[in-house]
Design a protein around this ligand. Sequence first.
Ligand code: KIV
Length: 261
Amino acid sequence: MAITTQQLMQWKQQGRPIVALTAWDYTSAQLLDKAGVDLILVGDSLAVILGYETTLPITLEEMLHHAKAVRRGVNRALMVVDLPFLTYQESLQQAMHSAGRVLKETGAQAVKLEGGYPAMASTVAQLVQAGIPVMGHVGLTPQSVHQIGLRQQGKTPEAETRILEEAIALEQAGAFSIVLEHIPAQLALQITQKLSIPTIGIGAGPHCDGQVLVTADLLGLSERQPPFAKSYANLRETITQAVQSYAIEVREHKFPYNVET
Ligand code: KIV
């Protein structure tokens, strides 16, 4: 049965951790979904898969194209799509238009956007009122890389308070869940205890209601990865070895094998 936003809420209440990963095409989505991942995010980290340095250049059209492919591979998981940089910050009308396109054109169940209090919380409230489920994202928000870098956030008492307030404002605005990225574990614990909606951590310690990783990092496909990521495989090496073996066999006339067709 397909997972809903309400199901995530129940899992928080039951203390059942939520497993989330990113996907970027039909094949990756199908593998993740069949492996039992609960939430599949078409994150704007897709930008890196497409060869961009940061998440800033990726367009809504690129996100829609990949999200449609992901949708074709997902049966069970809740599917969420990131709204890319400057497709929701300009005005409420712009946010509504972008989020509406994501839901109408891709079949995803929800959108995610970065930032909190006060501006983003009011946008979230309007989207939710229009029937669009929204996931928040606070702490390290990579779309603000040129303001805050890629450093851990929430390290001073003031920054801690601000992130906590942002999370509370997003919950009050009606967000169904919040990503906490690269903040101290104690702050993530405090937010997780304070909120009734599930927190999904990435580089935010073990106390969140769920965890998310960028799948390219998990698989060892990324050229660079953040310090908090963990690779469960080394696909860069596996793929390189497979391609080199193929090249050797072609050059040595060993592939295709000498079989009459
Ligand atoms: O874009 C992305 O992959 C994300 C995750 C880091 C949560 O937002």
